[in-house]
Design a protein around this ligand. Structure first.
Ligand code: GLC
Ligand code: CA
Length: 482
């Protein structure tokens, strides 16, 4: 059994977790300092959002050098120490690999601007804008570069040019960056927007579609810039790379449109289970929170990722891109407690977003305080993702113990904020934190949870979600009154 098959994974957004050197930004030494806390939750693995050298146009999702740690976060020695300390504590480490695009400051892109360089085909260049593709972060997906005298493709910011996975040398270079971290003993990767890597080689225009929002990007059916057959092939190749090593795992971020395309997300595990071991399914994040929706999504997810198919469902409710689940539920703590059960008492792997275990809330910022380029671009229709990136709420001291300096984003001082800190919850057996710890313990004690798919019971009053796990004469029933 691979470690990822029954794992609780803790996502850290490094800028916001713990600042060790008083510059207002979280860093690796801060994370190292807090490893015992992470261990105390009972989780199995830590996933770090990107910490590579970066101009930070998208806070690290624009990588300038995959083999360097950004000085804001520390050094490669700090990273190595982080990995070995985590391993000493029995925690696995997952890195966030951003392989669909790099930063425009990456040496590959800088050189790619020169047509006769060996990196010439590492990006996607055309003389004229060849199609209607839009950048997810606004505007056309094509930007003109004067040096090269051509347009290049970028699915996100113009400072995030898309890598050309069709080029064998480019793909091999990418795989070598992955091997660099495998060699360091990293246990797995969260793969950023991995369903976008294989673009249609003919760069055909996406057909029109009525989208969930009126922004041009959502008014296209993304069949040519995402989810092509090539992507599946390249993911199979990447899977072979990690299989050169023992017991490593790939968890893919699958971009979806509308309220979800669960078959499509599941398809990235591979027909022969030879692609990603785990995929995020964001229907859980996009649907309104109620018993009926949770039932529908979980039921289908178990079908698509069943034991009999040899697959592992992955569960997630919050991350650094969306308002926290508790906030989507009107900041209602009782609902959040039920969501904790739903997240953690499942077969497969469950991903906790830092602070979720405290009931931390998302709170948006006034325009002048925005940091997220997406919020700056789309204000006021979209207020960006700063709200869910506010600092971790540790204790009653200055800036809730996150930093001694002014934090890059202000902590969320709600009226009862003390009650939403680790210090405020640590010794309270009824706190959200204690609930998370107890649920993780329970999930480990009861083997039937990891050894059977949930069976749903629909003969319950509306507003109630009911399912159970039965295996080898043992049974765990879950009843959630939403
Ligand atoms: C993913 C990341 C998001 C980032 C985007 C572009 O969706 O989760 O934070 O902005 O990819 O890399
Ligand atoms: Ca710092």
């Amino acid at each position: 059994m691979g470690w990822y098959e029954n794992a609780v994974i803790y996502q850290i957004y490094p800028r916001s977790f713990k600042d060790s050197n008083g510059d207002g930004i979280g860093d690796l030494r801060g994370i190292i300092e807090k490893l015992p806390y992470i261990k105390s939750l009972g989780v199995d693995a830590v996933w770090l959002s990107p910490i590579y050298k970066s101009p930070m146009k998208d806070f690290g999702y624009d990588v300038e050098d995959y083999r360097a740690i950004d000085p804001i976060f520390g050094t490669m020695e700090d990273f190595d120490q982080f990995v070995s300390k985590a391993h000493e504590l029995g925690l696995r480490v997952m890195m966030d690999m951003v392989l669909n695009h790099s930063s425009d400051m990456h040496k590959w892109f800088q050189q790619s601007k020169l047509r006769d360089s060996k990196y010439s085909n590492f990006y996607i260049w055309r003389d004229k804008v060849p199609n209607n593709w839009k950048a997810c972060f606004g505007g056309s997906a094509w930007t003109y570069d004067k040096t090269r005298g051509q347009y290049y493709l970028h699915s996100f910011l113009k400072e995030q040019p898309d890598l050309n996975w069709h080029d064998d040398e480019c793909r091999h270079a990418i795989f070598n960056e992955v091997r660099y971290y495998l060699d360091k003993g990293v246990d797995g990767f969260r793969l950023d927007v991995i369903n976008a890597v294989g673009k249609d080689p003919d760069l055909r225009s996406n057909p029109f579609m009525f989208g969930e929002t009126p922004r041009p990007y959502d008014m296209q059916n993304h069949i040519y810039d995402r989810n092509t057959g090539y992507t599946h092939e390249y993911i199979r190749q990447l899977r072979k790379v990690i299989e050169e090593y023992d017991d490593r795992a790939l968890l893919g971020e699958i971009m979806i449109q509308g309220k979800g395309q669960m078959e499509q997300s599941a398809s990235y595990t591979g027909k022969d289970n030879d692609e990603l071991q785990l995929c995020f399914e964001f229907s859980m994040v996009k649907q309104r929170i109620n018993a009926r929706n949770l039932r529908a999504v979980a039921g289908k997810w178990y079908e698509l990722c069943s034991l009999s198919k040899g697959k592992t469902p992955c569960w997630v409710l919050s991350n650094h891109d969306v308002p926290r689940a508790i906030t989507r539920a009107g900041n209602n703590e009782e609902t959040a407690r039920m969501l904790a059960v739903y997240l953690l008492i499942q077969r497969g792997s469950s991903v906790i977003y830092f602070g979720e275990e405290l009931g931390m809330q998302s709170k948006s910022f006034p325009r002048k305080e925005l940091q997220d380029p997406l919020g700056i671009q789309y204000w006021p229709f979209f207020k960006g993702r700063d709200a869910e990136r506010r600092p971790m709420q540790w204790d009653f001291s200055e800036n809730m113990g996150f930093s001694t300096a002014k934090p890059w984003l202000e902590p969320n001082y709600t009226r009862d904020w003390r009650h939403l800190t680790v210090q405020g919850q640590e010794s309270d057996s009824d706190s959200m934190l204690s609930l998370y710890r107890n649920l993780i313990k329970l999930r480990k004690q009861r083997s039937e949870i990891s050894q059977s798919d949930a069976v749903f019971c629909d003969a319950v009053p509306s507003g109630v979600l009911s399912y159970r796990f039965v295996n080898a004469g043992r049974c765990t029933s879950v009843l959630l009154n939403m």
